[in-house]
Write a protein that binds this ligand. Structure first.
Ligand code: CO8
Length: 374
């Protein structure tokens, strides 16, 4: 079996940043307006008054301080509380394609390859803006890559599942190089009127080049020692948006057509699932926990990541060993672990081992164990 490697990564960061204070101010203005509108019914006890949000709660519960978004004005307008993104014509690049191109070009440059060297594009993300043609095929055309392209969705685990697919394709010889791109516009499916989740997500796009280590011209390749995936069905993170919504128009705008989760249950179910999977994966490769230099974990909750890292390493992880981008980016779904990898791999030397790991809806967990090759 040839040695397959991640040879380049890229990141697109949206132009707008929104702080917790700004988000909470917009949410609380909405709450005040709703409560004023319903004052009589609230006084009679027919309607429950809505409760305000708090920036202090958000940072303590999640570790999130701000997030990037493709639109700011709509999200912060208490009368809208949703991004406003102009629809484009079919002749223009779609917004997800545009994000993908930016991240992909950085990843290709880092891998020291051209678009023509890429044989497959996988767009792997939680939310795709249309049914077809696949966004990946649009990216293939706009970037000028060869071969074929397809979309896939495993929610927050999309990028690591995509890396697994890319690695298998390169190892099998069906393509020489693959590009995995994750354009996440999480704000498009976030219910900014829901106190328990309005602060969770932000937007971003990442890209990863996967190819044979032996023929790579990259300056900083990371050999993929192994990938391991797991899924287990759960309704605790769910979004019922889909093409059949128009067949039940009376429910088309219900809040279950946006992101909904039982956060506490997710925390309790998923954390042990992740720690067990990563520990077993390391063990199967003959790697002791003491050999793990870095854990680039999915970015949903800081406490959750500290718990997982402690279980895997058998001790508390330092900020350098389990870096976080939550403070700045919030949860960017499948981009989270890749942004963390992209921004936090200095200080490692040849032979150092690290774990890229994502987890989320499904439930789904993806572990990619890598070794710095140069
Ligand atoms: N402000 C003030 N107080 C609040 C707020 C708020 N905004 N929200 C809740 N509270 C209150 C609650 O009412 C509750 O009060 P009380 O104790 O009096 O009942 C108290 O705070 C505690 O509430 P919770 O129990 O809900 O709070 P937690 O400590 O559990 O924190 C979290 C909530 C941060 C959501 C936490 O549970 C968490 O992070 N869980 C893990 C979630 C996770 O990992 N999810 C993965 C999802 S990502 C994924 O799969 C991607 C899906 C696809 C992306 C789609 C893009 C949109």
């Amino acid at each position: 079996m040839p040695s397959i490697a991640i040879t380049g990564t890229g990141l697109f960061t949206p132009p707008h940043s929104i702080s917790n204070d700004e988000l909470v101010a917009a949410f609380n203005a909405y709450v005040a307006a709703e409560n004023e509108k319903n004052a009589d019914r609230i006084a009679k006890g027919d309607v429950k008054a809505l409760e305000g949000s708090s920036a202090e709660f958000i940072v303590n519960a999640s570790g999130i301080r701000r997030r990037y978004a493709m639109d700011r004005a709509g999200i912060l307008d208490p009368k809208i509380l949703a991004p406003r993104i102009q629809e484009r014509t079919n002749e223009e690049n779609s917004i997800q394609c545009e994000m993908a191109l930016s991240a992909a070009r950085e990843a290709l440059a880092q891998a020291n390859v051209t678009p023509a060297d890429i044989g497959a594009v996988i767009v792997a993300c939680s939310n795709l803006q249309r049914a077809y043609p696949a966004v990946a095929v649009e990216v293939q055309e706009a970037l000028g890559t060869k071969g074929f392209a397809f979309d896939m969705n495993v929610a927050c685990s999309s990028a690591t599942f995509g890396i697994n697919v890319a690695r298998d394709m390169v190892a099998a010889g069906s393509v020489k190089r693959a590009l995995v791109v994750s354009p996440e516009i999480c704000t498009g499916h976030l219910n900014f009127r829901d106190r328990e989740s309005h602060f969770i997500f932000g937007d971003a796009c990442t890209a990863v080049v996967v190819e044979d280590l032996a023929t790579s011209a990259a300056a900083e390749p990371f050999e993929i020692l192994g990938t391991r995936l797991a899924t287990k069905y759960s309704n605790n993170i769910r979004n019922n948006f889909g093409f059949l919504n128009r067949a039940a128009p009376e429910h088309r705008d219900d809040t279950d057509k946006l992101f909904v989760q039982q956060g506490r249950k997710v925390f309790k179910d998923v954390s042990p699932m992740v720690a067990e999977l990563v520990s077993a994966h390391l063990d199967s490769l003959g790697i002791a926990p003491t050999e793990v230099r870095r854990m680039w974990l999915h970015q949903a909750n800081g406490t959750m990541n500290q718990w997982i890292a402690r279980k895997v390493l058998g001790r508390d992880a330092s900020a350098e060993e389990a870096p976080s981008v939550l403070e700045e980016y919030a949860n960017t779904s499948s981009c989270g672990s890749i942004i963390t990898f992209h921004k936090n791999r200095t200080g490692l030397k040849k032979g150092d081992v690290g774990v890229v790991c994502s987890f989320g809806a499904g439930y789904s967990v993806g572990s990619v164990i890598v070794r710095k090759a140069q």
